[in-house]
Design a protein around this ligand. Structure first.
Ligand SMILES: *Cc1c(COP(=O)(O)O)cnc(C)c1O
Length: 420
């Protein structure tokens, strides 16, 4: 039986999977089971921030696997403590505390729970609990019942009613709509500084500043979902700092790139005091209020620590900026009308296509047509919405690798633009 046959018989068909079976990777390269090699600008959707099988990451995992893989969170482990310190001191650079989860969805669930505790501590004028979290259209926050309800895309929620209550989805970058939406039960605002899955849409500096101002005025918690954009991908340790660096959020969620390939997520709550008794946001979730069996075990913490130290020591966020410039200049030089726009920051980039210039068969989006053609030509990239594909190379991608990918993109797009 082929791998595809085994999938068909044994694996739930929740993904529309490409007929690609990668079995080995190194740096930017990926090989499928037939031995064909690809340039990988998907990187597990922004997960493998150091590329495939980076020696420092492989060694950290190998070493820790032989020392101690797992202990319960009933106990303490030096690597979990060191990873939290690395995150706080060098990446967030604000006083706060970290909880380790196994995924981005779980991290967002943690923020949602913190918002509800906050709404209990600082209730509505009539004494009833605040609980509502405002999020935005086109956002993606995950697939658990909580994070799915937070997500602003009907297609993700279809058929799963009744959804967890307590969310409203507002137009992104629309300050007036947000101001008008605040109600007594509102407790927090959650947003991706750069929406990834929703098509690579950047929050404007005006919007992020307005969101922060509204949070302050109405006593709401400000949460950033940095699951895809965080830890160097957008040109700074944290994506919001590329947009409005002075803003100090109350909570942040991460996953994807922080582990370089091991399943780890986290959320962070600020030490900012929220009450006259000195209680901080980070004290909202006390002993017994939240947990995870695997969360932050020694194996994944060793891996994540290696990844975050490599990102910091090699100044990879700077490389993300330099490669962004290279990519944008290359696209500009082509003058291809089929490309309408390059959106994003650093190495979270979306190449937006003009659907009128891409012949797409029934049921296939223009983005998927292009993604499939790129794959045939040896470049792997993920789509983002119907008319955009993403470039998510590792943060240490080289000039030559970028040039090679851009040459493939150019030849494919030049070949299919109608009247292009
Ligand atoms: C991928 C993603 C999530 C969900 O993360 P999982 O690890 O798949 O649960 C949440 N938010 C954003 C912005 C994401 O890109």
């Amino acid at each position: 039986m082929t791998t595809s046959d085994l999938y068909a018989k044994h694996v739930l068909p929740t993904y529309g999977r490409f007929p690609l079976v990668p079995v080995r990777g190194s740096g930017c390269r990926l090989w499928d089971e037939t031995g064909k090699s690809y340039l990988d600008f998907c990187m597990g959707i922004a997960v493998c921030s150091l590329g495939h099988c980076h020696p420092r990451l492989v060694e950290a995992i190998r070493h820790q696997a032989g020392e101690l893989m797992h202990v319960s969170n009933l106990y303490q482990h030096p690597l979990q403590a060191e990873l939290a310190e690395e995150i706080n001191e060098h990446h967030v650079r604000l006083a706060g505390k970290v909880f380790f989860s196994n995924s981005g969805a779980e991290a967002n669930d943690g923020l949602i729970k913190a918002a509800r505790r906050f709404g209990l501590k600082r209730p509505q004028p009539d004494g009833s609990q605040r609980y509502e979290v405002l999020t935005f259209l086109q956002s993606f926050h995950g697939r658990t019942l909580g994070s799915m309800a937070a997500t602003g895309q009907a297609k993700i929620q279809e058929g799963f009613d009744p959804l967890l209550p307590g969310f409203r989805h507002l137009p992104f970058n629309d300050i007036a709509a947000l101001e008008a939406a605040i109600r007594p039960e509102t407790a927090a605002i959650l947003l991706e500084p750069i929406q990834g899955e929703g098509g690579v849409n950047c929050a404007t500096p005006e919007f992020i500043r307005a969101v922060a101002g509204i949070c302050e005025k109405h006593d709401l918690l400000l949460f950033f979902d940095e699951v895809q954009a965080g830890f160097g991908r957008c040109g700074d340790a944290m994506a919001w700092r590329m947009i409005a660096p002075e803003i100090e959020p109350d909570g942040i969620s991460w996953a994807k790139g922080m582990g370089g390939g091991v399943p780890i997520g986290a959320f962070w709550l600020s030490d900012r005091a929220i009450d006259h008794d000195g209680a901080a946001v980070s004290s909202l979730l006390g002993p017994g209020s939240h947990g995870s069996t695997y969360g932050g075990n020694p194996l994944v913490c060793a891996a994540s620590l290696a990844v975050l130290q490599e990102i910091r020591e090699k100044e990879l966020p700077m490389n993300a900026i330099l490669q962004e410039v290279r990519i944008r200049e290359t696209v500009r030089s082509w003058k291809l009308p089929v490309i309408t726009e390059v959106r994003g920051q650093g190495l979270l980039l979306g190449i937006a296509l003009d659907p009128a210039r891409i012949p797409a068969p029934e049921g296939k989006t223009p983005a998927l047509v292009v993604v499939n053609k790129l794959m045939e030509r040896g470049l792997i990239v993920p789509p983002a919405g119907p008319n955009t594909f993403r470039l998510l190379p590792p943060l240490n991608v080289t000039d030559d690798e970028v040039d090679e990918a851009m040459a493939i993109i150019h030849s494919v797009l030049e070949g299919l633009g109608i009247g292009g």
